[in-house]
Design a protein around this ligand. Structure first.
Ligand code: SF4
Length: 284
């Protein structure tokens, strides 16, 4: 059996990786899906954690990078069209799983207090569950199933186990940080700079506070965003990201317009230097 941890470089997957090593030893495989749109600090953090733990790291990339995918789709992903997760993380991981030809125990760093959707999940299940039971019933009353590489998935499941466990499902964010520290590790430094989530940099779900922090701490990211917009030929931020009156085209903001708006948004004062920058109050 192979014990696999989906490791994103975020705190929850780090705690899960440390938990897996504590319980199963070094015979654990960390799988990192590289969207080619992560922060350098995340790449560095992943490398350091893996070196210190001495476990195997598998880095997966989709058929395209984040920008390549947006170019092919002629648009950036958005909360309503979140094809990035599926193309850059879900499908590459399924492809890797199907290549394993072994029983798998997959450890996921999902916590129930992260969101309403996650609170409805369980602390264990199977990876290909929604190929065999519906994940939802649509408005027309049809049962909807996952379908990507279905034939191979069915064949895989007839031979191999694909169990999921979520060891930190009941944990709070504070418990996660405490556990990481107790194990002698540090979370991704991006948390200390005020970022609530760690993943693509920036993520298409980037909050105003995070954009303000990016502009202040990582201004070079704004150049990366502008270059990507030129390459894709569309704006990164969707209509409605800031009020239309603050957009020169009255529809969607350019990068400078979005930055200018969040810079003048007084409600974001939580990110002022005199307060703890970390969303999780990590500065003690
Ligand atoms: S981190 Fe954000 S941008 Fe990256 S794949 Fe996930 S939702 Fe998409």
């Amino acid at each position: 059996m192979k014990c696999v941890v989906q490791f994103s470089g975020g705190k929850d997957s780090l705690a899960t990786l440390l938990w897996a090593v504590e319980h199963f030893g070094k015979n654990v495989i960390a799988v990192f899906c590289d969207t080619k749109w992560e922060h350098d600090l995340t790449y560095q953090h992943v490398k350091e954690v893996i070196e210190k733990l001495g476990v195997e790291l598998v880095t997966l990339t989709g058929k395209q990078s984040f920008v390549g995918l947006a170019k092919a789709k002629k648009r950036f992903p958005s909360t309503k069209a979140r094809f990035c997760t599926e193309e850059l993380k879900v499908k590459p991981f399924i492809d890797w799983v199907l290549d394993q030809k072994d029983n798998l125990l997959i450890c996921q760093g999902i916590r129930k207090d992260e969101s309403l959707a996650r609170s409805k999940m369980q602390d264990s299940c199977t990876f290909f569950r929604y190929y065999f039971e519906p994940y939802k019933i649509d408005k027309a009353g049809r049962k909807r199933y996952h379908t990507y590489r279905k034939k191979e998935v069915v064949e895989f499941c007839s031979k191999w186990a694909q169990d999921i466990i979520r060891p930190i499902f009941e944990w709070t964010a504070k418990q996660v940080f405490d556990y990481i520290k107790k194990q002698g590790f540090e979370p991704n430094p991006l948390y200390m700079l005020g970022f609530k989530r760690v993943g693509c940099f920036p993520c298409i779900m980037c909050t105003h506070g995070e954009l303000k922090e990016i502009a202040q701490s990582f201004p070079e990211t704004l150049h990366k965003l502008k270059d990507a917009e030129v390459e894709v030929g569309r704006s990164f931020f969707p209509p409605g990201y800031i009020p239309k009156r603050s957009c020169s085209n009255r529809q969607f903001p350019t990068v400078p317009e979005a930055v200018n708006y969040v810079d003048h948004d007084r409600s974001l004062s939580i990110f002022e230097p005199e307060t703890c920058k970390s969303f999780y109050s990590l500065c003690e």
